[in-house]
Structures are given as C-alpha cells and as structure tokens.
Design a protein. Structure first.
Length: 269
C-alpha cells in the first residue's frame, strides 16, 4: 500500500523533512532567546535612565570598560571643556534617522587632572567632508553636564570600521583610549551622551535622541512562526503521502478497468 515510500524520491523527501524539523525548532529557540535578550535590555535601559543621577567617576575610571549593567546610567560631571582637542565623529545619523552628519565629541577636563569625553550632540555634515565643520561653541568656563553613560565604541561592538587617514580632528569611533593619546591627562573609560548642561551656553548641537526601550521587536513572532513551520512539516509529509497513495490507487483501478486490446491477427484467425 505504501511501498512507494521506499522509492528514492520519497526516501530523499523523508530525510529532508526529518532534517528540517529540528532545524526549525532550534531557529525558534534562537529567536526566543533574542526576544528575551531584547526584553532584558529594554528593562536595563529603562531602569538606568530612571535612576538618580550620580557622579560619572562612580562607574568608570581611566582604562576601564563600562560594564553593560552601568550603560545608560544618568551621570554628571563638572569641569571645563577642552575645545582645542574637540573632534567630530563621522557618518552619524540625526534624530530623523536619515540625515548624515557628525557627533561633536569634546573632552571635559575634571578638577582632578582627568578628563571625560562628552558627546555634545549631532550637526549636519555640510558639503566639504575634508574640512573640520563649523561646530557650535561649547560653554566656556566651569560647566556641569548631565547625560547617559555609554561604553567605548569599537569595531567589534559597533560594527563601524575604524578608518585611518581621515581629515584632521575627524574620527570614526568614540573611544576614550584613542582620544587619551591626544590629551596630556588620563581619560575616563566610556563617554557621556549629553542631555543637559549648566550653563546651557548659546547655540548647541542637536541632542542625541534617547534610546527606544519600549519596542520588543518581532523576535517572539518569528519564534512562533518557526515552531509552526516545524509542526507543519510532518503534516505536509503525511498529506503528500496520502495524496500519492490515492493517485496510485486511482491509476491502478483505472488500469484494471480498461479491457486488454486483442491483436487484429488473432481476431482474424
């Protein structure tokens, strides 16, 4: 009845189906883990943004990597801006997520002879990318900044290539170790993404938008889809097998019902 399942075509089809089922199940769990990671990350960002502001020195130090659990914490720092060592970070998008421009990265000199990098915000690129752009001046004198603590950018954690040979005072990554080489003092690991300052100063770069920590993404839906696909494989295999059996049975019945033709020479004899 089902001897056709032993044919080469059906053996291959069955093996493919058996391989697809565990693969789709694993893909479903992979998407589930991504969903759980996204939910945990959103919770971390929300909790850290809502936490009271504390001094940046509590979470970082020169040469230290900002731990994941401390990123997005609201921190403060007081010092004076070192505009002589100000740089711009290339190929960054504005709040509309379409316009390309620069982040303005300015060292803030702290009273203890250390410094911390401050991303003061975004400015449009302009027409000549080979020259240092016109940057809104940082407040002069003593200033207190408040912002979100971020970890140093590397090619590995950002996916951004660290291009060499850029025009003067232009960089690809926000990295405290790289900027420390140009300063005559230690630089705290990570950087501050500015949200407010006192005094505010005059015209300022466009503030970097706060992270969206409410969107959980489509990963859970993708997980359910993969699991449904894995359940559909054996169902589909069974439906095809039943259809093949029915078609073969119909062909056999049709062949049995058709009378054999008698050769003409035999009929004459």
């Amino acid at each position: 009845m089902y001897r056709f399942l032993l044919t080469r075509q059906w053996v291959i089809l069955t093996l493919v189906a058996l391989a697809l089922i565990p693969t789709m199940i694993r893909l479903g769990f992979w998407q589930l883990h991504r969903h759980e990671h996204r939910v945990a990350q959103n919770q971390l960002i929300g909790d850290n943004l809502d936490a009271p502001a504390v001094a940046v020195e509590k979470f970082t130090a020169p040469g230290r990597t900002v731990p994941r659990d401390d990123t997005w914490r609201t921190v403060t720092a007081t010092g004076t801006y070192d505009t002589a060592h100000e740089v711009v970070v290339r190929q960054r998008t504005g709040s509309d997520e379409q316009s390309i421009g620069y982040f303005v990265l300015t060292p803030l000199l702290l009273p203890d002879d250390r410094a911390v990098l401050v991303n003061r915000g975004w400015i449009p690129a302009g027409t000549d990318l080979t020259k240092f752009p016109k940057v809104p001046a940082a407040p002069s004198g003593k200033v207190t900044v408040t912002g979100r603590l971020k970890a140093d950018e590397t090619t590995g954690n950002s996916g951004i290539k660290d291009k060499q040979g850029l025009p003067p005072r232009q960089v690809s990554l926000i990295n405290s170790e790289q900027q420390a080489k140009a300063l005559s003092r230690p630089v705290l690991g990570g950087y501050i993404e500015l949200t407010s300052s006192s005094p505010k100063g005059g015209k300022r770069p466009q503030p970097v938008a706060a992270p969206n920590h409410s969107d959980i993404g489509p990963h859970m839906a993708y997980a359910v889809q993969w699991w449904l696909f894995s359940a559909g494989v054996p169902i589909g295999w069974f439906v095809l097998a039943r259809r093949e059996r029915r078609d073969r049975a119909a062909e056999a019945a049709k062949a049995a019902a058709t009378p054999e033709k008698v050769p003409a020479t035999a009929a004459t004899d």
